[in-house]
Write a protein that binds this ligand. Sequence first.
Ligand code: CP
Length: 312
Amino acid sequence: MTWTKKDLLDIDSLSRAEISLILDTAAGLKEISERPIKKVPTLKGKTIVLLFLEASTRTRVSFDIAAKRLSADSISISAASSSIIKGETLIDTAKNIEAMRPDMLVIRHSAAGSPHLLAGRLSCGVVNAGDGMHAHPTQALLDMMSVREVKKQIAGLNIAIIGDIAHSRVARSNITGFTRMGAHVRLAGPPTMIPAGIERMGASVAGTVDEAVEDADVIMMLRIQKERQKPFLMPSEREYAARYGLNSARLKRIRPDALILHPGPVNRGVEISPEAADGPQSIILDQVTNGVAIRMAVFYLLAGGVRHADSD
Ligand code: CP
């Protein structure tokens, strides 16, 4: 197959071969970050604008680092430092940025579909860095890369995703990504945080967290997205930790070779205990490291770096 896409908007629009191409490209680029001089001239002369209109630490910093490691010029804009606070619309903001001829625009926005809207209006490449509760494609790609590094393949694995599924773009992108790559995805969490009909995405819903994690190869814990819950959908964080968290008691019952993932930011002691987050089964910081490689791969491919993928 040939890489032809101008934009990276979601996992749904990627074929299995395209996902494999991104993962393979990222695996090849990862060693650049281990060199004493962490820079190659691949995207010299390219300009990448990072428009982050929602809070972010990992995603914004790793997109910025990824651009710089490939020698692209990157410019970061936040809501507070842009003229959006003066009333300029998203489309006007994006069209004005486009008039300065960037090659790619990375956008994080609270409104689902905003990257898709811009992709249809802009000639530069658009990369979705998280849109509302809809999609976070580079997060799912870095999660798949992190799992594949340890488990060698994704097909056939049992993936448990636990927590606030309803408000999680990470969950949606990972359900699509892992099932497309041949894994079995099982979900669990408070009934108020499991959306009706989620099985249509290809995942199954377990009755309890223990049922979901007991034979899981991968356990992905999610943060309660309080900022998207009005009102808070649990009586208390303490009750949540006891019933749905990866706590010390539950940690003893999971498979010894199960990997523990979390997209961050972590609420320690709520969805995950420090023992689980920092223990030998956790690959949470490897996920962050791989985020740079995945975002380098996305920039490289969208800029036309690799045109042909090996079929999977
Ligand atoms: N995983 C993730 O999207 O983290 P940030 O919100 O810090 O970017």
